[in-house]
Design a protein around this ligand. Structure first.
Ligand SMILES: CC(C)(COP(=O)(O)OP(=O)(O)OC[C@H]1O[C@@H](n2cnc3c(N)ncnc32)[C@H](O)[C@@H]1OP(=O)(O)O)[C@@H](O)C(=O)NCCC(=O)NCCS
Length: 244
């Protein structure tokens, strides 16, 4: 089972709340947030971590103070103690997406911006580059970002980041089916691509087949209120137990 959570950062209200919220995240994330020179990057990291912690608590997997987010040698975050809980996040501008699944998962979101399509030669395989070149002119940029996010979702599912050569595999389209051709990484993969946010592309790659993945839009205000409520409720329940 795979679900996608989507949230748009509200820059106006997050500024005043960030000091309170950093109390609830790991030291590692707190230090990263402090090290960023660009405020948007800090808020992306902060809200992404609050979102994943919220989902873990909401699903009754762990309480906030029990959550230890580890990273593999290539930087992919995971929960060490929960082998059946997989997640992956992506951010672009003010949008944050997070996929959670019972199997390995990767997700990517990108803002569609004008780009010289020739840069695709650097990271698309021959067949992928041909796919873009052969597209009708008004769709080339669309196809470019479809491929980009599908490739990213795939490498993020595998978890090796840019330690994989982007030309060592090809994303292919056959009618409605999307699949990967790769001699080097013979993985079980299912792909999904989405155009649900205007001017953004999003793609998902999972090891588990599902006809459709539920998509949950969360408002930042609700996330923060529910997150703090969940922490307070769990702490209250614990202290009532110790009083017994
Ligand atoms: C780091 C990378 C995994 C994703 O980078 P990105 O697209 O810039 O960033 P996204 O917002 O999609 O994802 C970042 C999140 O992915 C996760 N992540 C980090 N390393 C990861 C890895 N090895 N595998 C999976 N997920 C990873 C983290 O949660 C990270 O969030 P954080 O920075 O708040 O910790 C890597 O694939 C990369 O550098 N990609 C850009 C390469 C490129 O030029 N692609 C061309 C088109 S194919």
């Amino acid at each position: 089972m795979t679900e996608i959570y989507i949230l748009e950062i509200d820059m106006n209200s997050i500024v005043g709340l960030s000091e309170v919220l950093t109390k609830y995240i790991s030291n590692e994330s707190r230090n990263r947030i402090l090290s960023y020179m660009i405020p948007q990057k800090s808020y992306q990291t902060l809200i992404t971590e609050i979102l994943i912690r919220y989902i873990i608590m909401k699903k009754n997997i762990q309480q906030n103070n029990e959550i230890r987010i580890c990273r593999n040698e290539y930087g992919k975050p995971y929960l060490e103690t929960e082998k059946n809980f997989h997640f992956n996040c992506s951010h672009s501008e003010n949008w944050i997406v997070c996929a959670v699944s019972t199997g390995a998962v990767g997700i990517d979101i990108e803002a569609i911006k004008y780009i010289d399509l020739n840069v695709g030669k650097r990271f698309f395989s021959e067949s992928e580059y041909a796919y873009i070149n052969n597209a009708p002119p008004n769709l080339k940029l669309n196809y470019f970002y479809d491929l980009w996010t599908l490739k990213e979702a795939y490498i993020k599912k595998i978890g090796k980041g840019l330690n994989m050569r982007l030309k060592d595999f090809s994303i292919c389209f056959d009618k409605n089916k999307i699949y990967v051709e790769s001699a080097k990484y013979p993985e079980n993969c299912y792909f999904y691509k989405y155009d649900i946010i205007k001017n953004f592309k999003m793609s998902l790659c999972t090891s588990i087949y599902q006809t459709k993945c539920p998509i949950i839009f969360i408002r930042q205000e609700h996330l923060i209120n529910d997150f703090i409520d969940l922490i307070n409720t769990k702490e209250h329940n614990l202290s009532s137990l110790t009083e017994l």
